[in-house]
Design a protein around this ligand. Structure first.
Ligand SMILES: NC(=O)c1ccc[n+]([C@@H]2O[C@H](COP(=O)([O-])OP(=O)(O)OC[C@H]3O[C@@H](n4cnc5c(N)ncnc54)[C@H](OP(=O)(O)O)[C@@H]3O)[C@@H](O)[C@H]2O)c1
Length: 231
């Protein structure tokens, strides 16, 4: 694969940070975002990527993010819409402000940023967009109304963008990880070698990029093969 220019959102830790690290190891240029300056600095120092403090829910931040990519890299080849948060509550107890805040990040922020990047990709008639959804967006579950709805939305949005962007040589792929051992929703301390790690999702994304550009991988899920094994 030729050297690509990546923009990865929400990469101060977890899946995003693993992808920053892997893309840099493979020689690609990377700009990434997050909100926690300390974590951004440490990912940037470790990887050599350029980190910027930017909240995907804020339009001004998204404008600045894209401008930074154009200034530093001359454009974007691979956009990874990874920033996302969780919220669990059963119907009857859903905090609607929390639901709106989650949609501001997981859905509206993803659309606002891509709205700004898509014209660049169309102009160059090539590029890749990866939308990180979830297996929670494939099957509903208890307490999942808010988070699952946001990820079902991301899957539907991905299909719309495929219809719009395929004729322009732009690939749009939806990635649906099952449970990954990250700090997502504060779930620290897990270290089970049989459950997914962030690097597994990063490797899957790089595998898609390794295919010939004539091929489109529209959506895939990633599961741990045997997560019930404890050692
Ligand atoms: N872990 C799982 O089991 C799992 C499974 C399926 C799908 N996913 C999805 O995978 C993606 C990454 O999750 P993860 O497990 O890596 O979670 P994580 O460890 O909590 O990392 C999430 C990242 O997103 C950033 N972020 C959150 N809100 C943001 C915002 N408004 N603007 C910019 N950055 C923001 C966080 O950075 P700051 O704190 O610095 O803002 C952090 O770097 C999410 O979309 C998640 O829904 C995760």
């Amino acid at each position: 694969m030729d050297k690509q220019r990546f923009l990865i959102t929400g990469a101060s830790q977890g899946i995003g940070a693993a992808l920053v690290s892997l893309a840099r190891k493979q020689g690609h240029e990377v700009v990434f975002t997050g909100r926690d300056q300390g974590r951004i600095d440490s990912v940037a120092a470790e990887s050599g990527a350029h980190g910027i403090r930017a909240d995907v829910a804020r339009a001004d931040d998204n404008r600045r993010t894209v401008e930074t990519c154009v200034d530093r890299m001359g454009g974007i080849d691979v956009l990874v819409n990874n920033a996302g948060i969780g919220y669990l509550a059963e119907v009857g107890e859903i905090d609607m402000d929390a639901m709106r805040s989650l949609f501001d990040i997981n859905v509206f922020g993803l659309v606002d940023l891509t709205n700004r990047v898509a014209p660049l990709l169309k102009a160059q008639q090539r590029g890749y967009i990866f939308n990180i959804a979830s297996t929670s967006g494939m099957k509903g579950a208890k307490s999942g109304t808010v988070y699952a709805a946001s990820k079902w939305a991301v899957r539907g949005i991905t299909q719309c963008w495929q219809a719009e962007l395929r004729p322009h040589g732009v690939h749009v792929t939806c990635v649906c990880p099952s449970e990954v051992q990250t700090d997502w929703m504060g779930r620290t301390g897990r270290n089970n070698p049989n459950k997914l790690y962030a690097v597994d999702i990063a490797e899957a994304i790089m595998a898609v990029l390794g295919m010939h550009p004539r091929a489109l991988w529209p959506e895939f899920a990633v599961f741990a093969n045997n997560p019930w094994k404890e050692d």
